[in-house]
Design a protein around this ligand. Structure first.
Ligand code: AMP
Ligand code: MG
Length: 426
């Protein structure tokens, strides 16, 4: 028995896979298309945001001393010497006894140190009467210096660190970059993943099917999950259970950051992927103590230039393939993306039916998680056969049953790895 023939724990398998992955190099790309990617450098404020003092309200820019003692009963009257709207700069100076009509976002004119909103002047009455150019305004409240003035640098100070390297860019971050004038940004590249299905029974969806054949679903579910994880998949298609065909297809994937195959890794007559790994690179292991997805192979293909291309050989059964990707492919992609070693959210839920674990592997059961009065409940999605892909498509989480527990009884609290949890579960 070779060392790589040993069935290993999931933790060891993940460790041995992740050791081969590092964050990829950076690329410079338009800020919008960098959404979800990881910033490769700190972003500093190149200038103050806002870059000039401006009004927070529609109103009048005044010298605050002019408003002392103003009330509705005893307003103070100021001469209106002009107006300024957002995007304009007033050439006039506000002196004592004068005011400039100002719109939200307009630069505070010279001499002014506060803004009195329309609501605290007779502008509100006036508006109803006529649209005539106004020459004076009654101020109905006292306004302290700085009131309704948004100071330069209030949002971002020049030189200040605004976003840190390692940040996964989200909507508001992209807005912050735009507000600093960035058109493009440096982020860590998305990994390129090549995906190959093996098996002479497989037909490409869209093709005509004959007895004994099935459509290839693994390429599609795994590619979709890879996109979800942040990668760029390339479909290598289908290779029959033929050594030279598999090698020829795999060679087309040698320019990617990782290759993912499905099937051909168990102990059947046609399980060639393992042999190809051994011959054309290095086989690390091919059996993990989990259910489903036990016959999962991992190794590297050696390229002519000496570079090793990691290869995850997923089992053929559709549920096993997807869970194998979830447990090993996704973390590898996240590491290449610069997200570090991530895990899905794990929650506690009350199990609503028993799970039997008859051979000491860690079990991942497909379940629907729902929430009642603040408590999560886990209900299995029916029969758990690893060939039943709908048991996966109905699920939003995987109940984890530890390897040493032979039966996880109904009513017990279990850990659930949430596979689909963009929003709160009810
Ligand atoms: P194998 O690992 O080749 O023994 O395949 C295990 C089971 O998974 C068999 O029933 C295969 O027909 C099925 N299978 C293998 N590859 C795929 C695929 N790409 N799409 C759907 N089912 C598959
Ligand atoms: Mg097969």
């Amino acid at each position: 028995m070779h060392n790589h023939d040993k069935m290993i724990d999931i933790e060891e398998a993940l460790k041995r896979i992740l050791k081969d992955f590092v964050p990829l190099e950076s690329e410079n790309k338009p800020i919008l298309s960098a959404q979800g990617q990881i910033l490769s450098k700190d972003i500093l404020g190149q200038f103050n945001v806002p870059s000039f003092d401006n009004s927070a309200m529609d109103g009048f820019a005044v010298v605050s001393d002019d408003t002392i003692g103003s009330t509705t009963q005893k307003p103070s009257t100021l001469k209106v010497i002009g107006s300024v709207s957002a995007g304009e700069i007033s050439r006039q100076t506000v002196k004592k006894g004068t005011a400039i009509r100002i719109m939200t976002g307009a630069a505070i004119p010279k001499g002014a140190n506060a803004v009195v909103p329309f609501e605290e002047t007779d502008e509100v009455d006036r508006k109803i009467i006529l649209e005539k150019e106004i020459t004076q305004i009654s101020i109905r409240s006292e306004t302290k210096p700085g009131t309704h003035v948004r100071l330069s640098g209030q949002d971002i100070q020049k030189g200040e660190k605004v976003l840190s390297a390692g940040t996964a860019l989200q909507a508001a971050d992209i807005g912050v970059l735009a507000s600093l004038g960035y058109e493009k940004i440096d982020v860590i590249k998305r990994p390129k993943i090549s995906i190959l299905s093996t098996g002479k029974e497989l037909i490409e969806p869209g093709g005509s099917i004959s007895e004994g054949k099935i459509y290839d679903s693994n390429s599609y579910s795994v590619a979709a999950a890879a996109i979800n994880a942040g990668a760029l998949p390339t479909m290598l298609g289908i290779a029959g259970d033929d050594r030279s065909e598999i090698i020829q297809k795999l060679e087309m994937g040698l320019d990617s950051d990782m290759i993912i195959t499905s099937a051909g890794v168990s102990v059947g007559d046609y399980d060639i992927v393992k042999d190809v790994l051994s011959d054309k690179g290095k086989m690390e292991f091919w059996s993990v103590k989990i259910r489903p997805s036990k016959p999962l192979a991992y190794g590297n293909l050696l390229r002519d230039d000496g570079k090793n291309i990691p290869l995850i050989g997923l089992p053929g059964n559709p549920v096993s393939a997807l869970i194998g990707f979830e447990l090993f492919g996704r973390p590898a992609i996240h590491k290449m993306l610069g997200k570090g070693e991530t895990s899905r959210p794990i929650i506690s839920a009350i199990l609503q039916e028993p799970i039997y674990n008859y051979d000491g592997r860690k079990v991942f059961s497909r379940a629907v998680i729902s929430k009642k009065e603040g408590v999560y409940y886990a209900k299995l999605t029916g029969h758990q056969g690893s060939n039943l892909l709908t048991s996966m498509s109905k699920a939003n989480g995987l109940v984890i049953c530890p390897s040493h527990i032979p039966v996880q009884a109904s009513g017990e609290s279990v850990d659930v790895q949430m596979t689909d949890w963009p929003e709160e579960v009810f």
